[in-house]
Design a protein around this ligand. Structure first.
Ligand code: GLN
Length: 189
């Protein structure tokens, strides 16, 4: 059976994730409203990059915030990239907002500054070896609890982590042709 992956599609780089998943022969479901989430069988969900303030506001206004939180707390595999990572964090160190707030990480938004905030590099990711990493006004993780595994660090900053059913990256694997990080997520399911 093909896996069904929901991609939060209210704002941001959701189309790029959908393209990547299609290359991996996965069924994708755009999550635009609450019923997309509750009336489909979903094996996992991706929270894309974009603007966390806008996405957070929209999922709240669309009445999806509590269902998303509940599904994730109940074990639905979730992959948050960039703004998606911010949505999952229990604490944003330079912002008072908390959105889904299910992951024991403390995150700094726009951590590389606004002007020089975009760059590309390669870095070690878990046991996968070197992967390409594209950062766009990215956050990084300043602190993790003991129950969080660090998957990647660049210049001593944590840029990818995993806690149970949740994985997050500060960077955008959907903007490169490398499929390994998406495969890593799909292997969790
Ligand atoms: N700077 C954005 C935020 O704070 C995240 C950027 C991104 O997702 N590429 O929400």
């Amino acid at each position: 059976m093909k896996k069904n992956i929901g991609v939060l599609a209210v704002q941001g780089a959701f189309a790029e994730h959908i393209n990547t998943l299609k290359k991996l022969d996965i069924n994708t479901i755009e999550i635009r409203k609450k019923s997309d989430l509750t009336e489909n069988h979903i094996d996992g969900i991706i929270l894309p990059g974009g603007e966390s303030t806008v996405m957070g506001k929209l999922i709240n206004e669309l009445g999806m915030l509590n269902s998303l939180k509940k599904f994730i707390q109940d074990g639905l595999p979730v992959f948050g990239t960039c703004a998606g990572l911010i949505l999952l964090a229990k604490k944003i160190t330079n912002d008072d907002n908390v959105y889904i707030g299910t992951m024991d990480i403390e995150v700094k938004r726009n951590a590389y500054g606004r002007q020089l905030g975009s760059f590309h590099t390669n870095g070690q990711f878990a046991k996968l070896g070197q992967v390409p990493m594209t950062f766009i006004r990215a956050p990084y993780i300043e602190n993790v609890s003991k129950n969080v595994d660090i998957l990647a660090q660049i210049d001593n900053h944590i840029v990818a982590a995993k806690q149970n059913n949740m994985i997050v990256t500060s960077f955008h694997p959907e903007l490169t042709s490398d499929l390994n990080i998406h495969k890593y997520f799909l292997d969790l399911i």
